[in-house]
Design a protein around this ligand. Sequence first.
Ligand code: ATP
Ligand code: ATP
Ligand code: MG
Ligand code: MG
Lengths: 256, 256
Amino acid sequence: MTRILAVVSQKGGVGKTTTAINVAAALAGRGVKTLLVDMDPQGSVRFGVGLQGPAVGPGIGDYLTGAKELKDIVRGTALPFLRVLLAGAVADTGDHAAYQSLVASSTRLGELLARARDRGYLVVVDTPPGLGPVVHRVLAVADRVIVPLQCEPLALQTTSQMLKGIRTAVSEHPALKLEGIVLTMFEEQSALSRRIADYVRRQLPKDLVFDVMIPRTAATVEAFAAGQPVVLRTPDDPAARAYGELAALLGKRMVR
Amino acid sequence: MTRILAVVSQKGGVGKTTTAINVAAALAGRGVKTLLVDMDPQGSVRFGVGLQGPAVGPGIGDYLTGAKELKDIVRGTALPFLRVLLAGAVADTGDHAAYQSLVASSTRLGELLARARDRGYLVVVDTPPGLGPVVHRVLAVADRVIVPLQCEPLALQTTSQMLKGIRTAVSEHPALKLEGIVLTMFEEQSALSRRIADYVRRQLPKDLVFDVMIPRTAATVEAFAAGQPVVLRTPDDPAARAYGELAALLGKRMVR
Ligand SMILES: Nc1ncnc2c1ncn2[C@@H]1O[C@H](COP(=O)(O)OP(=O)(O)OP(=O)(O)O)[C@@H](O)[C@H]1O
Ligand SMILES: Nc1ncnc2c1ncn2[C@@H]1O[C@H](COP(=O)(O)OP(=O)(O)OP(=O)(O)O)[C@@H](O)[C@H]1O
Ligand SMILES: [Mg+2]
Ligand SMILES: [Mg+2]
C-alpha cells in the first residue's frame, strides 16, 4: 500500500504548502480518507486550513517526545474526510534547531505515519524548505514524493541540486519513488514562464513532469488569507481546477 | 564598526537572495567595498551574479574545514567593488545535513567575517530559509539584520514566529540589531498586497519597517535568468530603484 506522499523542495516559496493543502483537500473532496501532516516548524498548514488561533495545541513535536498519542493530535477540518496533524508548539516558539534534532533522533515519525496508513489514511506531508534532517527523515518513511517547481529562473537553476538530493534519498530507501515534478505559479502571459516550462519538459524524462501545471492566480493567494484551500473556496479558479486534476491523478496511482 | 549585515527569514521564497544580491551590488555601485557571502547550501547567489558554471570551485565550506584561506575563496565580479564568497561544493553535492553540522560546529565563520570586516569590506550575508543552525551561526557573528517580508498573507502569518526568532538571537548577542523589515514583491494594483503592507505598518513600530518597498517586477525575475543583479541590468526598473534607495539608507547607517 503506497499511501504516504511527501511534498519536497529545497527551494523556498515554490508552493509546497499550497500544493500539500490543496492536493489533500481535493483528495478528501473525492471521498478519500486523507491525513495532512505539517512537518515544517514554520507551521504554515494551519493558516491554509483555517486552524490558526492563539493556542496551537499539541502536534507532531509532542508525539515525537512521547508526550501525546496519535488520537491526541489528530484534528478535524471543515471537510469530513480531511484530518490534519499540525507541527505543534514549535510553530509558536520558533526553536527550529531543537525541533530538527528531535525529528532526526526520534524513531516515532515512521511509526506515526505507518499507524495513520494502517488506519486507511492517505497521508500527505508538507516539509520545510531545504534538504536538512527533517526532509531526510520524511523521505525515509514516505512511499512517494512530488516536487513543486516554480516557473521562475532561480527555481530552475537549483533543480539539479534538488533532483540529486532526491536520487540520494531514493537510493537509501528503495521503497521511495519520485512521482513527479509539478510546475507551479505558471504564467501563460509571461514569455519567461513559458520558456521555463518548455525547458523543464525538454530536459527531463517525459514521465517525470506532470502534464498539469498550476497557474499563478490571485484566488490562490487570497485563499490563504481566508484560511481555506483554494479548491474549496473558488473551485472554478484555474489553479483550483489544476489541483483537482493533480489530486485525481495521484489518487488513482496511490489508492489501490 | 558595524559592517556585517545578515538577510534572514524563516519563510522561503520571500526575496532573501534577491535582496542580498541587489543591496550588495547597489552598495558596490556607490563605491563601498562590499563582500557578498552565500551561506545558503542551495547556492543561489552564484546564479544572480553570473558565476554559474560546471565547477563551483572552493567556497565557505572549504574555509570552514580549514582546507582553504580567505584569499582562495574570494571571487571578483563585473563590479570593481563587489567581491563574492560562494557556498562551495555543498551547492553541487546537496548534502545540506553535513553542511549544517559543519557550520554549527566550526568557529571559523566568525573569524572569516571578522577578517573581511577588518579588510574594510561591508559584508552582506544571504542565508537559507528557516531558523536552523546556519542562521543561528550567522546571527551570532552579524552586526545588523534585515528581514524581507513578502506582501502575501502566508508570509505575514508566519511573521510573529520570525520576529520571535530574531528577538531570541538579539538577546543572545547584544551586539546584533534588527535594522528593519523590508516589504518585497509589493503589487500596487493588488488590494490584498496593499492591505498587507498597511497591516504590517500599523502592527509594527514605525522605525522597524523601511519606508521603501520593493515592487514585484518582471525585470527582477528576468535578471536572475540573465545572471545579473537587476540594479545593474535595468537600473530604471522600479525594483532596481527601490533597492538603490534601500542600499543608500543602509550604507549611511553602516558605513561610518
Ligand atoms: N498557484 C499560485 N498562485 C498564486 N500564488 C501562489 C500559488 N501557489 C503559491 N502561491 C503563493 O506563493 C507563496 C509561497 O507559497 P507556499 O508558502 O505554498 O510555498 P512553500 O514552498 O511552502 O514555502 P516555504 O518554502 O516557506 O515552505 C505564498 O504566498 C502562496 O500564497
Ligand atoms: N521584486 C521582485 N519582483 C519579482 N520577482 C521577485 C522579486 N524578488 C524576488 N523575486 C522572485 O521570487 C523568487 C524568490 O526570490 P528569492 O529566491 O530571492 O527568495 P529567497 O527568500 O532567497 O528564497 P529561498 O527561501 O529559497 O532562499 C525568485 O524567483 C525571484 O526571482
Ligand atoms: Mg511551506
Ligand atoms: Mg535564497
